[in-house]
Every structure is written in C-alpha cells, then in structure tokens.
Design a protein around this ligand. Structure first.
Ligand code: ATP
Length: 366
C-alpha cells in the first residue's frame, strides 16, 4: 500500500481535524499507511518526529474538535527551494510519496510547486550524494491532492470551503448577542468580520442577520456611499427600527481602493446620523470552536475522496483539488482553481469590480 502524509497549512479552519481523521482512516481501510505532518510545511522541513505514523485510534473523536490538532504554520523555509529539498529528503526518509494538503490557496500553490519540482529535487539528492539512484527509484513522482480549508470561502470552483459554514454560524450567533443589547439601548453596531479578498462571510452574515448595510471588497459601495448609507439607516430608523447593524469585511474599501474601516463607519453613524454607535471586531472567535455539522460532513467526504484520488493517480495525473459542486464531491485541476481565485483578486486590485463579481458568480453558473 501507499504511504500517505496529511498536512494542515495556512490559517486554521474548523473541520481540519475531520479531514485528518478521514484521511488517516480511509488510508488504513485501503491498506495504506497514514502519516500526519505536524505544524504545516514546517513539519516537512523539520522531519523526524514531526512526521508521525497515525493509527486508527489516534484520531478518535477528532471530528468534533475545532482548530487543527496537528498544528499549522506559515513556513518561510518552504518558500525556498533549499527548504523544499530538505522536505523532500525527509519524505523519502519516511517512505512517503503522496501528500494530502488542507489549506488555503497559498498552501495549495506551494504543494503543486513541490510536486512540479519533485523530479529535480530527487536528481539533486542524488547528485549531492545524499541518496543513491536505487534508493530513489520508488520516489520518482510525488502525488499531491488538495483540500480547501478556509473560513473565507474564497476558492473558485467549490461551493463551500471546509470551515466557512462554522464561521458563518459563529458570526450569526455573535450578531444575535449584539442585537439584544443594541435593541435595548437603540444603538448602532459596526461589526468587522474576517475576509481580506472575499466578502462571502460578510455578505451571508448580512443576509442571515438582516443587516442594514454591508461592505465587501468585490462590490464596493457607490462613490457617495457615505450619504447613501446614512440615508438608508435614517430611513430604517424612521420605520421604527431600534437597532442598526452594519457589517464591514476586513478587506472592505471604496471604489478607489481606499480602505473603509469599521471606525470610519462608526464616526459617520454617530456624527451624521446621531446614533450611539459601537464597533465590535469579532476577530478569532470566528475561527475557533467546534465545526458545524456541515463542515464535519464536507471534511469527511472530501478526506475520503482525497485518498481515493491518491490511489487513482498515475504519474501523468495533474494535481486535483477536491471540491463540492451542487452537492456532489468532485475533483478539479488544482492549478485551474487557484488561477481563477487569483483572477478575482486581480480584478479587485484593478478596480474592475464587475469582473470580480462575475468571477465569483461563475462558480454558480458552471
Ligand atoms: P489562508 O487562507 O489562511 O491565507 P493559505 O494557505 O493561503 O491560507 P499562506 O500563508 O498563503 O496561507 O500559505 C501557507 C504556507 O504555504 C506558507 O507559509 C508557505 O510555507 C507555503 N506557501 C505558500 N505559497 C507558496 C509558494 N508559492 N511556494 C511554496 N510554498 C508556499
């Protein structure tokens, strides 16, 4: 059987433990050996005890745990070829020739780069005298399979990333808590939620909680948004609303890419509308806590599919990323999904917001 490593990398997201559990158990059930790489790519570079064989019972109960129990990190060494050479040698040491990575687009980009470079890394291990040609014969190819772990739901090509619904649920619960006190004092609250390039969390939280105004990076408010927002909120108050909720994505900006911060919105609401206004930055509560049922299910089904993708791979297979499209778990070319994701970010940077929105919508039209 194959020897399969599982890594969680980049920002943690609820459901990563369900991924590790599913990969470990599906690997064992398929006659393979499973390894967990601790602390993201740093564990690949450090090797030794950071890459551990996992038994069936080692992941018992993991599906309901938040965060990632095998740790995650941002790893500078893996950005350099020399770090990836050390990582390759460590994998050879453990006999691992397939990696399943759960992370964001940065982690998945790094993983595919590692795969593309692998044959030349093997050559370098031979030419530098670290390994012999015979030793490396079984390691001519590295299989990579990606799983998208991110609370932002920012990857093109999949309807949901692992963690996004847990985070959305946490945001909605938090806004419900704020609603009660806002209503009591007739206050306005400006709530900052995570999402640097992707407004999915802000938008869906706004829809779910009935926010008065939402700011997302893909579709910035109009040129005179200050007056527009204030007049909408005044109107809502005139209709008898006792509370005001404005949701601002972390990466929100106007149509000229000037940042719109929660504090700016608060100042407007207190000065122009005369509301007693407070700012709440939800921060890392959005990332923590147990995964919701949907994320556990998504992570488990996708973890199983990732192991099947490893077993189906031939040396010619492109690296796949496991997606969910219209309730079906599917494999897509990893590089395609990343390229489309980066296109949307580029449209935002180029202030072509219509193209950015079309890029996001394309997922639903496919
Ligand atoms: P998040 O959604 O939280 O931003 P991410 O996976 O996109 O998650 P990054 O910090 O971009 O997070 O990437 C995580 C790690 O992946 C990096 O610290 C680095 O070790 C590796 N990595 C990212 N991009 C590359 C790359 N182009 N080449 C090699 N390694 C990379």
């Amino acid at each position: 059987g194959k020897r399969i490593g599982v890594v969680t990398s980049g920002g943690d997201s609820p459901g990563m433990n369900s991924v590790v559990r599913a990969v470990v158990r599906q690997s064992i059930a398929s006659g393979c050996t499973a390894f967990a790489v601790y602390e993201g790519y740093q564990g690949l570079v450090d090797g030794g005890d950071m890459i551990r064989e996992m038994a069936w019972e080692d992941v018992r109960g993991w599906t309901s745990e938040g965060g990632t129990l095998i740790g995650t990190a941002r790893c500078m060494a893996f950005m350099e070829r020399s770090g990836r050479l050390t990582a390759a040698n460590n994998l050879v040491e453990k006999g691992i020739d397939a990696l399943i990575i759960c992370g964001g687009d940065g982690s998945l980009t790094g993983a595919d780069r590692f795969r593309a470079e692998w044959p030349s890394l093997m050559d370098e291990l031979i030419s530098s005298g670290k390994r012999t040609e015979d030793e490396l014969k079984p390691f001519r190819h590295l299989n990579i399979v990606g799983l998208v772990g991110s609370i932002d739901n920012d990857l093109s090509g999949t309807d949901a990333t692992i963690g996004c619904y847990s985070s959305l649920q946490r945001i909605c619960q938090s806004i419900d808590f704020i609603d009660a006190t806002a209503f009591s004092h007739q206050r306005a609250f400006v709530i900052e939620v995570m999402g640097r390039h992707c407004g999915w969390l802000a938008l869906m939280a706004g829809v779910s909680c009935g926010a008065d105004f939402i700011m997302i990076p893909e579709n910035p408010p109009s040129e005179n948004w200050e007056e527009e927002m204030c007049s909408i909120i005044k109107k809502h108050r005139q209709m008898g609303k006792r509370k005001t909720i404005v949701i601002v994505a972390e990466g929100a900006h106007d149509r000229k890419l000037n940042k719109i911060s929660a504090v700016m919105v608060k100042d407007l609401l207190s000065q122009k509308v005369g509301l007693d206004t407070r700012v709440t930055t939800l921060g890392h509560v959005q990332r923590g806590g147990p995964p919701c049922a949907y994320d556990r299910m998504l992570a488990t089904l996708q973890g199983v599919e990732a192991v099947k993708a490893v077993l189906d791979a031939t040396p010619e297979t492109e690296s796949p990323v496991i997606c969910i499209v219209e309730n079906k778990i599917v494999r897509k070319p990893l590089l395609d999904a990343i390229a489309k994701t980066q296109e949307v970010a580029a449209h935002i940077q180029n202030m072509d917001f219509e193209a950015a929105m079309r890029g996001r919508d394309a997922e639903f039209e496919e």
